[in-house]
Design a protein around this ligand. Structure first.
Ligand code: SF4
Length: 357
């Protein structure tokens, strides 16, 4: 469990149930009262911002469209909710170290009821549509759960919603609060996975693959469906064997009918993120490949290498999970066509197919 060095709490929310829960679950962590989380902006560096926890009111909207559906990328019509910002883990490729550079303090927003009201209004306004909604865009969905217990509010909410499917995306094993809840097939717990060689060199503070697979088994036994994201794919010595063995291990851990979807995505680095990674960690191998800028300004591995990796890994995924939907994240229609031999489905169609799983 992540234990922060200090918990900063906005005075306005001192009495909020989530604040009381965090304090009772981490009774030895010193608490400092502050007026507004914004007074902490600009203090400390990326690493120190991950060691503190701020409990604050979210004053802006919780819900937005996933940024993947921009600038020439095939889109799966995904919505994201921001119940937290930043992450206590420190993956070397993580875009948050650039994206949140000016807004870094690791924060849990303690008014989730406002976010759920926002989502409820949207779901009620469009009963004919299926929505797939995730919380793992600007944060890991479960990293703070042992402190906040947020999933105890999210799971019952979505379990009662026929047209909203929640995805909790994580690299942790923080599943304890999920296990006694009934998701009614409206919650998918997804793991981002990579060969152990990648985890050891690029995913600092995350759970080992063996522990992630064990957590998968436990949530499946508790009634959840799971998802698997091979994203980002990292080209390295022995990558093919590494991904083949990883897929075989998932096939042992998860019955095929409990796997909601799988996805693949390339390593993508904006120029600013490349600079930030080099400043923090030096010339890492993941910066050394032959990368080219894409339509969205992000740099990815040279297209022939991406297509080669996608096709190879797709073959293993299809062999292990024949009927399970597989999609590409943040890729162009031409790459999609080279991998699947057909144009990507229209976003509404792909989104609805996945949401109906
Ligand atoms: S677990 Fe996800 S959010 Fe956290 S550092 Fe790694 S990539 Fe970023």
């Amino acid at each position: 469990m992540f234990v922060p060095e200090t918990i900063f709490v906005e005075r306005e929310v001192l009495g909020a149930p989530m604040v009381r829960r965090c304090r009772s679950r981490a009774p030895d962590v010193p608490v400092v009262e502050i007026d507004d989380r914004r007074q902490l902006l600009g203090e400390g560096d990326v690493a120190s911002s991950k060691r503190q926890l701020v409990l604050a009111l979210r004053r802006s909207a919780f819900l937005e469209h996933c940024p993947a559906g921009t600038r020439g990328m095939a889109c799966c019509n995904y919505l994201v909710m921001h119940f937290a910002s930043n992450c206590p883990m420190d993956c070397r490729y993580c875009f948050l170290q650039e994206y949140l550079a000016a807004n870094a303090p690791l924060t849990a927003f303690v008014n989730p009821e406002a976010g759920l009201a926002e989502i409820g209004a949207m779901l009620d306004a469009h009963p004919e549509r299926q929505f797939r909604i995730g919380t793992g865009e600007l944060a890991d969905s479960l990293a703070l759960d042992p402190l906040t217990g947020l999933s105890r509010e999210l799971v019952p909410f979505f379990a009662a919603r026929p047209n909203g499917l929640l995805e909790l995306k994580t690299k942790t094993t923080a599943i304890e609060d999920l296990l006694d809840l009934d998701p009614c097939d409206r919650v998918v717990v997804s793991w981002s996975l990579a060969p152990e060689a990648v985890v050891a060199t690029a995913e600092f503070g995350t759970a080992s693959i063996a522990h992630r697979l064990d957590a998968m088994r436990r949530v499946v036994a508790a009634g959840y469906k799971v998802g698997v994201h091979l994203d980002p794919l990292i080209e390295h010595d022995g990558w093919a064997e590494g991904y083949r063995e990883l897929i075989a291990a998932v096939a042992v851990a998860v019955p095929r009918d409990r796997l909601a979807w799988t996805s693949m995505g390339a390593l993508r680095l904006s120029p600013g993120l490349r600079t930030r990674i080099r400043e923090r960690f030096g010339p890492l191998p993941l910066l050394a490949g032959e990368q080219v800028p894409g339509l969205d300004g992000k740099w990815r591995d040279f297209q022939p290498l991406r297509v080669h990796m996608y096709r190879q890994i797709r073959a293993w995924l299809t062999e292990a999970f024949a009927d399970v939907p597989l999609y590409l994240c943040m890729e162009t229609p031409p790459v999609w066509e080279k991998v699947f031999g057909e144009t990507p489905p229209r976003e509404q169609l792909l989104g609805a197919t996945l949401a109906a799983r």
